[in-house]
Design a protein around this ligand. Sequence first.
Ligand code: NDP
Length: 280
Amino acid sequence: MAVIIDGTAIAEKVRNEVRSGISDLVRERGEAARPSMALILVGNNMVSHNLVRMKARDCEQVGIIPRIIELPEETHEDALLSFIETLNRDDSVNAILCQLPVPQQISTKKLLAAIDTSKDVDGFTARIDADKTDIAACTPAGIMRMLREYDIDVKGKHCVVVGRSNIVGKPMSIQLLLHDATVTVCHSKTQNLSSFTKQADILIVAVGHARLITADMVKEGAVVIDVGMNYPEGKPVGDVDFAEVSKRASYISPVPGGVGPMTRAYLLKNCLELAKQYRR
Ligand code: NDP
């Protein structure tokens, strides 16, 4: 049976680190240096509303000042971009997050490009030539930490990432390359997916398809990280068939209680790191 990676416990450890990091920062540079995150919410999407409230609560619990900005569904793209520009120049805010998805009249690409890199707390504008010291997208950063906590070294390992989204799959593969893994990235056009997944020493799945990865697609002893969050019967289910794959894997992250809490914790960690680098 696989060791179950406890994302909830590691996330608590990360939150404690952030809390004490913020205390140190405020002690050294004064209250004005306390991290502050602008959370922009455009439109009426209820899931987004709940997520933003949850992120704001997470901020408060570690000592980050959250500032929720709610804009109407019909907000024009230009208006949002110029509002972001104002926040870029606002010294009382060191981190900016715009909750996705945004209404269709707004280009997500333009919106993300408008956020000043030095305030991009989601890490979505990370460059292809990023190095280990740059802020990484929260989910890949959280996964790298999970692996470190269990002494799983990716160096020289064959890591297979299923999914190539801008927020998980692509930045995940960059993080793995930065840490000297050999990386294969699969996607919806990949032919014979299992021929790749079966080669993985470390398999990271971010697709959004409940239980896509079955035991016969996994090498004996592989490390399996499940990013997926699906609700086929109302309860959260990952992209990996946990019950069967956990009999073959050496380590496996569960859903819930795996990657999800780590993503939340790394948003806070990124905010602290940006605040440390921020000079008003
Ligand atoms: P996207 O929909 O943006 O990307 C999904 C990726 O999976 C695409 O690259 C797509 O390929 C690929 N894909 C789709 N079907 C298949 C298939 N049958 N075989 C192989 N690849 C396939 O999703 P996200 O990356 O945003 O999220 C993925 C999952 O992770 C979702 O369930 C989401 O809810 C969850 N998630 C969880 C987080 C957490 O913190 N736990 C954080 C972020 C996401 P193509 O590019 O060809 O379309």
